[in-house]
Design a protein around this ligand. Structure first.
Ligand code: SF4
Ligand code: SF4
Length: 180
């Protein structure tokens, strides 16, 4: 059987890679300069085109659906809304909630004598909020929860209580499905 031989002229591998590399470098420089000039022009006109938040001096307004650290709702009479049923403790996937219930002579009869959240283990999933039948634990917009020691990340009931008046938007968000 006759064999047909085809000859091709290919660029030398070295020449090819040098040409492509130079093109890639020039493209990258062009993109960088284009952004630089656009941002500089925006800055000079007083209309910055860069979306940079100068935290902590500047802060973004977070949406109501945002989940920061869980907090306990404090009613207008100063007491916690929690009835120490333990559902949030049971629902928490990282076991970071500890509750010791106690009894009171009040109408609600039970309250948490101890309510601790270990924020070094909390993953801000919101399952405690979902499980609570009393809207007593809600996800806040607080995210600055760091400490220099592990003990500092253990938040007690007194630290977790937030007046109900400051949690209105989150409570509204939780009730968004009730009217459908
Ligand atoms: S947000 Fe999630 S991990 Fe954190 S306390 Fe609630 S259930 Fe536990
Ligand atoms: S926060 Fe809610 S779910 Fe957790 S113990 Fe209190 S009432 Fe029960």
């Amino acid at each position: 059987m006759a064999t047909r031989v085809v000859s091709l002229s290919r660029p030398q591998p070295m020449q090819q890679s040098l040409g492509r590399s130079a093109l890639a470098i020039l493209t990258g420089l062009w993109v960088t300069n284009r952004h630089f000039m656009r941002n500089l022009w925006g800055y000079l006109r007083g209309k910055p085109t860069v979306f940079t938040v100068q935290y902590p001096e500047e802060r973004l307004e977070l949406p109501n659906a945002f989940r920061g650290m869980p907090v306990l709702v404090q009613m207008d009479n100063g007491k916690e809304r929690c009835v120490a049923c333990g559902l949030c403790e049971w629902a928490c996937p990282t076991d970071c909630i500890t509750i010791f219930p106690a009894e009171t002579a009040d109408e609600v009869e039970r309250y948490p004598a101890v309510f601790d959240i270990n924020l070094s283990r909390c993953m801000f999933c919101g399952l405690c909020e979902e499980a609570c039948p009393e809207e007593a634990i809600v996800m806040s917009q607080q995210v600055e929860v760091c400490g220099y020691t592990r003990r500092a990340t253990l938040w007690h009931k007194e630290d977790l209580l937030v007046p109900v008046s400051q949690l209105g938007k989150r409570l509204q968000h939780l009730r968004r499905g009730y009217d459908r």
